[in-house]
Every structure is written in structure tokens, then in C-alpha cells.
Design a protein around this ligand. Sequence first.
Ligand code: PLP
Length: 372
Amino acid sequence: MSDSHAEAVSRYLEWAKLHSPARYNLAVSGVLDCPLAELPVRIEDLELAGTGPYGYAPLLERLASKSGVPVENVVHTLGTSMANYIALTALVHRGDEVLVEQPTYDPLLAILHHIGATVRRFERRSDKGFNVGLGELERRITPQTRLVVLCNLHNPSSAFTDEETLRHAGEMAAKVGARILVDEVYLEAVFDQPWRSAFHLGPHFVVTSSLTKAYGLSGIRCGWVIAEPQLVRRMWQIVDFTYGSNVHPAEQIAVIALNHLDHLRRRAQRLLGTNRALVNQFLADQPGLDCPPSRFGTTIFPRLRMGRAIEFVELLREQFDTSVVPGEFFEQPQHFRVGLSGATDTVRGGLERISAALERFKQISGASSLAR
Ligand SMILES: Cc1ncc(COP(=O)(O)O)c(C=O)c1O
């Protein structure tokens, strides 16, 4: 294996798949899986074959109307994962300079390394709530920048980037002839204010998303890219490298899900509303953690004020059977990510265990600093 291939690994996804499960698994970031029985899916309405050459027309139409764009702007993909892969391989060539937020979702970096891009970073600072700083972005964009990459909502912090900020970011990118890719997989987990896809801010915006995170529908892998038609044609060519025809029953179930999106949205809003109240009460009671109250999305990303966060995460895992994502996967070793989108009993139980583990950790850390 060459060095560049050795780098192109998502250590986070490997960890999430192999090591994250626990009795209280708060390492997840998607709304609790929606049972199939909650959708009006009848086996006699499903067929194994019947997709179109470039997407299933009823699905493409629904994705287009959901995003308020013509069908020519839509590529259907297997989740946001494939959407990001397709979008980045269409937009970036070996050696291109790409400016990526830090911290970020690490498969985005892995794909860029795989392509052979020159990756530069702009910082989203912990002490600024991980908000996008336009000054920082302006300092980091260069005439060589071909693409700016960010997530809205932000993973891991769930910070929301408003339209004004995105518009300015887009203008900075456009000035040097760069595009801007916004991964919006968590955007629909915003309930208390209106939101709109960044695609509407200009032709240089490309967005990716799916029904996975906000609707609990990871299993049907319904993702999409919204981009200019000329890019969409290139992206369908890249889809050709990966499969000839899509999983048709999944496309049909996605159509049914999109026909019942209001129901799925209310389900998600109820669950997240209940769990967010628990998380905010927990945060209010935890002086040992530095984290603003949760308002959006499915995760929080607290900073541990005392001791090493990785040791705390290990203690939590080993002695309390509770799993959170170590901040090292987001290049923030003093933080850890807590998911609030699981079953309420799991979230409640997990938070109680984090509280107990923090108490234990304080005693151990206090004892070891006294011993030094
Ligand atoms: C920012 C971001 N993009 C994409 C994905 C993958 O989404 P999907 O399940 O739709 O493939 C994730 C999953 O954690 C994510 O956090």
C-alpha cells in the first residue's frame, strides 16, 4: 500500500462500526431508527426491479420539489456518505487546494486524501461555539482555493450557520473562483427557526444530504446532491463507476417516506425535544463540562475542564457501559461528542452514567494530582 492510500482511512468510521456499541450508546448522531411499521409500506407495492437509468423518476421528482429545484439539479445517492464521495470526486482533482473546516467529519478528509487533494483548514473555535468565523475564512482562502467544505449543522458541535454567514462565505469563495460544498445532513434537525438549503445562495454552492439523520431512516440510504446541471451530469457519470442500477425497493420506500415527511418530522421533533431537555438539565448540573446549552441538532460536544478527556471516555466505557465519541476523531482531544437522538431511556440512562463517571473521575484525578 502506498503512503497516500495508508492515509485515506476514516479512523472515526472504523471506530464507530467496531468499537462504539455499548449498553448506553450515546455515540450515535442519527434520530432513533424509524420502524418500517410506522410507514404505510405494503409488501405488494414493492418490486425488485423498475428503477430508471439515472435515478427513479418519482423519487427524483420528490427530492427536487423538496429542495425547490428542477430535477436537473438532483443526483440520488446511497446516503450523504456517497453524496459526499460523488460530489468531491466531481469537484476536486489531484493537487487541487481544498479548504475544510476544523473540526470536521473525518470521512470528508479521507475522501480528499484519497483523491490526492491539497487539504488546508479553517478553524471553527471551541471558545466561539464552533461558529464559522468569516475573518478566519477570509485569512485562509487563497487564489488557489478550489473548494471550501463545511457542514451545517456542524458535526460534532451541532452549531448552526445562518444564511447571512453562508452568503458571505460563498462570496469569498466566488471571488477566487472556488465552489462551496455544504454537507446538510443535520440541517433538518432544526425545528425552532426556518432554514433553507444553502444551494439557493448561488450557483457555486453544492449541497449534500439524506433522510438518515433527521428522520431515522438510515436503512434506506436515501441521499442526494443538489448542484448545477452541468455538475450533476458529471456526478451521474461518477455514479456509473459504482453501480448500474439502484436498490429499487429502497427507492420505493424513500418515495413513501417523502410522502409522509411531516409525520417523520414530528416524530423526530418530539424525540429530540424530550431528549434535549434532559441534556440541557444535565449540562446545567455539570460545572466540570464546558458546553453551551443545546438548541439544534442531535449532538453536543462538551470540553472536559479537568483531566484528560480520553481517559474519562475510557472510564465511562469500561466502568459504566456507556459510549460517547472521543474528541480525537474530530481533532479536539479535550472534547467528547454526546448523541441525544437515541431512545429517551438510553439517553437518560447514559447521561446519569456520565454524571456518575464524572464524579468518579474527579476523585481519581484529584487523588492522582495529590500523589504527584
Ligand atoms: C457530516 C456527516 N455527513 C454524512 C454522514 C453520513 O450520512 P449518511 O448516513 O446519510 O450516509 C454523517 C454521518 O455521521 C455525517 O455526520
